[in-house]
Each structure stands twice: as structure tokens, then as C-alpha cells.
Design a protein around this ligand. Structure first.
Ligand SMILES: Cc1ncc(COP(=O)(O)O)c(C=O)c1O
Length: 473
């Protein structure tokens, strides 16, 4: 189905997107016509038309006097999810940097269809509002660009972050938070505080390439741990890795892992924190997508179960407000002091103007309202990308069904080569992120990650082209 259409088609697409992405599963009751009309601010008749279309398309069943239910065969099916990789359980050095830099350098061309790097779509971010906040800060505090900020960060911003932490189940004092130049610096500081050159870090498999680049730059070693596209890292595999090796830190994305989109259930997060706590291993939690669930409440952070101050919780505003402001943060538990010292030694302090503007936005900019829109867009766009892949890609392709974020992990049949597909796609003006950049050993040769930050007719067509190219890859 194409991106443009009548209002009822758009409503139907939004719902089918939520079903495709696994937010609603087989047998779930979807909202009543009246409730959905209210939520989406459309008329009852538009919603009725949309539900009729969804019935015709085989997505839902209507039970008289009862409601509308997701049909079994349409819900995200675990059997069609990408398979769990079984990485070798021994340490390895990491060398992905050159490959990553070559591949990502192509993604910035405005002519390229941007399905590769996870660059937020500016149209989904409140640029004008943020601009007004920047102007307001400059009017009120003209000296702000003429002073260094505190190393720990802007106190008002840290207060706002501590307030928002409650929605992730965390009770933090603002003094437990250090602001950073994006989540990238936060993660890097955590590695610096927990590891020395040669130390061993356990990572999810697959894992965000930026983390592998940090591990490589610090001359650390990595050990990959099997990770499921539905529920995240395998605790059994992690337990075994920890028993056999001296692990200095585990890096994990319990909420909407990049690239898999997996969401660890709360009980599993608790078990993860308990498992690591019992062995005194620090957990570096990357929660950058935690604020972008698809229509559900924000999931808890693993940090919320931390009773030993061993979880270093990192995030940023890059995916929700502004990647350009470069504002992130970390709550470092028992490593907080080391993190602050490293921050001083590396960048001294985070940009004062960006911090103040974001603090102002969080306090008075309608951040929650903005997040609601962003979450709806994420659910819709991810669902649309999944539908397009299903329509166009070779038989045997498996697709993750993320419950949050903007990323879609695709596993092609085993004989396919995503590095070859990447080269073919680049010639056709399409960027993708091939699987090998997500693994220290360059595994996942037949996998790729697609970004769903952008969705329009051009993207829809590009996925058709990718599907055809994948037949020959
Ligand atoms: C999982 C993950 N962690 C960290 C980062 C870095 O975030 P930031 O731009 O805030 O430095 C990214 C950016 O793409 C990411 O996807």
C-alpha cells in the first residue's frame, strides 16, 4: 500500500502497522471505533471505513457485541523472526571501524534514499520550537556562550532528566547524572570507567556498530552473546560467558535494541541485573530508544532494578529532539565519580547553550505531547517498512517485529550477501546498513538493517528495488 491515500486508508495503515510490528498480537482486542476516533481525532465513519478495510485485508475479525480482534495469521509470528545467532563464546579483538566509516560516508548524500544510518528525520523533530527555546535562552542569559558549564552538566537539565527518569521506574537525584555530548560520549565514558586496554566486554549479537567502534578505539576485546529479536540477550548464554571469562562490563540495550528492536520483558531485566549484580559485573545500559515505544507506555529501564549501583544508564535526546544539539547523559552508579573525572579530562563540559535549550524544552516545550506523535509515527513507519519488505523481498526472508524505535532488522535467505547488496543498492541511490558492521567478527553476512525514520512513496519504491536486487545478491 502506498504512503499517500484517503484518510481512512491512512488510519487502516497505522493499525496494520501496529499489528505488523507486533504491538498488537493475535487475539488482542484493538480499540473500539469510538476510542480510536477520539485518539486519532477522526470521525466515527472514517474509523468504521478503516476497520472494514482491515477486515477485508485479513488483519482483524469483528465479533458482534464484543469488538475487533487481531486475526492469528497476521500478527507478528515468532517463526518468521530472524533466527537467534549462536556466536562463538570466545573473546575477539574488534576491527569494524574502516568498514563502518566507508559504508556510513555514503549515507549523507541528500540524493540517496536513507535506509542505512539511523539519522532522525528532521520532519519528525520539533525544530522550530527548539529554535524558539534557544532564542529565549540567549535573550535571558546572553552570557551563556561565554562561560564553561559545570563538568557534571547544567543543573536544570539534570533536574529535568531526573524527573523524567521516574517514567522509566528510576528514582534518581540530579547529582547522580552527568550530561554528555550525546549517548556516544556517555557510553564511551562508561567504557573508560569500567575497562582498561585489553579488558573484555560482553556485547549483544548483533550490536550497534558505534559501540564496536568504541571498543576498537579503546583496544578492548569483545565477546558476543546470543540475542533474540523478540526478548533480547540470552541470560543463559550470558551466564555461561561470565562464568568462563573475566568480563569487565556488559553493554546491553534492553529497550529496543539497535539493530534488532528487541524489548526485554521486565522480569528478564530484573534477572539480568540480579545475575550481573551477583558477580559484581557492571551493566552499561544504552537506553537511547527507550522513549520511543510503539504506542505502549515507556518501558522500564534495567537501571530501575539496580540495588548495587552497578548499572550505568545512558541515553540522549538525539533520537527524540535533536541529534545536532549533541546532548546525552549517564547515571553512572558507583562509577559516577570516575565518569565525571574522565569527562573533565576529555571534553571538560557539555555545550552550555544546547543543554539550557533542551532543559527549557523539557520543562515547557510539550515534550510528552511531541513524544506521543513521534511514537505514533514510529509505529506507522516501521509497520509500513515491514509490509514493504514482506511484499518485495525474496521468499524465506525473515523480519524482526520491533515494539519500539525506528529500525527494522531483516534476515535474507542464507545464500544472500548483504555487503554485495549494499554495493548494488548504493549504485541505485539507496543506502542500507549491511549485517557485518554489527558484529566484531563481521557475522550476519545475510542480514541488513533498514532505517524507518523516513517513510514516503520514494522509500516505498526504494524497498521494491532493494527486494529485486536482493534476489541477485
Ligand atoms: C544504540 C545507539 N546508541 C548510541 C548512539 C549515539 O547516540 P548520540 O547521537 O546521542 O551520540 C546511537 C546513535 O545512532 C545509537 O543508535
Amino acid at each position: 500500500m502506498k504512503a499517500n491515500g484517503t484518510l481512512y486508508e491512512n488510519v487502516a495503515r497505522r493499525i496494520s502497522g501496529l499489528i505488523e510490528s507486533g504491538t498488537w498480537r493475535a487475539g488482542d482486542r484493538i480499540p473500539s471505533v469510538r476510542a480510536l476516533s477520539r485518539e486519532l481525532e477522526v470521525s466515527i465513519s472514517t474509523t468504521l471505513e478503516a476497520y472494514r478495510l482491515l477486515e477485508d485485508q485479513g488483519f482483524i475479525d469483528t465479533k458482534p457485541q464484543s469488538g475487533h480482534y487481531v486475526k492469528a495469521r497476521c500478527s507478528a509470528d515468532a517463526a518468521q523472526r530472524p533466527r537467534v545467532a549462536r556466536p562463538p563464546q570466545d573473546p575477539t579483538s574488534v576491527s569494524v571501524n574502516e568498514l563502518v566509516m566507508t559504508i556510513l560516508s555514503e549515507g549523507h548524500d541528500p540524493e540517496t534514499v536513507p535506509l542505512g544510518a539511523a539519522l532522525p528525520n528532521p520532519a519528525l523533530l520539533p525544530a522550530r520550537k527548539l529554535q524558539r527555546k534557544i532564542s529565549a535562552v540567549l535573550r535571558r542569559r546572553p552570557e551563556i556562550t561565554c562561560t564553561y558549564g559545570m563538568t557534571a552538566g547544567d543543573p536544570e537539565l539534570r533536574t529535568q532528566i531526573a524527573r523524567r527518569a521516574v517514567t522509566a521506574g528510576c528514582t534518581l537525584d540530579k547529582d547522580e547524572i552527568v550530561t554528555t555530548t550525546g549517548a556516544q560520549e556517555a557510553l564511551n565514558l562508561c567504557l573508560g570507567a569500567t575497562c582498561k586496554p585489553g579488558s573484555l566486554v560482553a556485547v549483544e549479537s548483533p550490536i550497534f556498530y558505534g559501540i564496536l567502534q568504541m571498543i576498537e578505539a579503546r583496544a578492548l576485546r569483545a565477546i558476543e552473546v546470543a540475542t533474540d529479536a523478540g526478548e533480547g540477550i540470552s541470560l543463559a548464554a550470558l551466564d555461561s560467558v561470565i562464568k568462563k571469562n573475566r568480563i569487565s562490563a556488559v553493554i546491553c540495550m534492553p529497550n529496543f535494541n539497535n539493530p534488532l528492536g528487541s524489548l526485554m520483558p521486565d522480569e528478564k531485566k530484573k534477572d539480568l541485573v540480579r545475575l550481573l549484580g551477583a558477580r559484581g559485573v557492571p551493566l552499561i545500559e544504552d537506553d537511547i530508544y527507550g522513549e520511543i515505544p510503539h504506542g505502549l507506555a515507556r518501558p522500564r529501564a534495567a537501571k530501575s532494578y539496580d540495588t548495587k549501583d552497578l548499572v550505568l544508564w545512558c541515553s540522549s535526546f538525539s533520537k527524540t529532539l535533536s541529534p545536532g544539539c549533541r546532548v546525552g547523559w549517564v547515571s553512572g552508579g558507583r562509577f559516577a565519580r570516575a565518569i565525571e573525572e574522565l569527562k573533565f579530562a576529555s571534553t571538560l563540559a557539555t555545550n552550555t547553550l544546547s543543554q539550557a535549550a533542551i532543559a527549557e524544552f523539557l520543562a515547557h516545550g510539550g515534550y510528552d505531547h511531541h513524544l506521543r506523535g513521534l511514537r505514533r509515527a514510529a509505529a506507522h513507519q516501521v509497520g509500513s517498512v515491514i509490509q514493504a519488505v514482506r511484499r518485495s523481498f525474496p521468499a524465506g526472508t525473515r523480519i524482526a517485529s520491533p515494539a519500539g524505535g525506528f529500525l527494522v532488522w531483516v534476515e535474507l535467505p542464507p545464500d544472500k550477501d548483504s555487503l554485495k547488496l549494499h554495493r548494488m543498492a548504493a549504485r541505485a541511490g539507496i543506502s542500507i546498513a549491511p549485517g557485518p558492521i554489527f558484529s566484531p567478527r563481521r557475522r550476519f553476512r545475510n542480514c541488513l538493517r533498514l532505517s524507518a525514520f523516513f517513510w514516503n512513496e520514494r522509500v516505498d519504491r526504494a524497498i521494491d528495488v532493494l527486494g529485486q536486487l536482493a534476489q541477485r545478491a
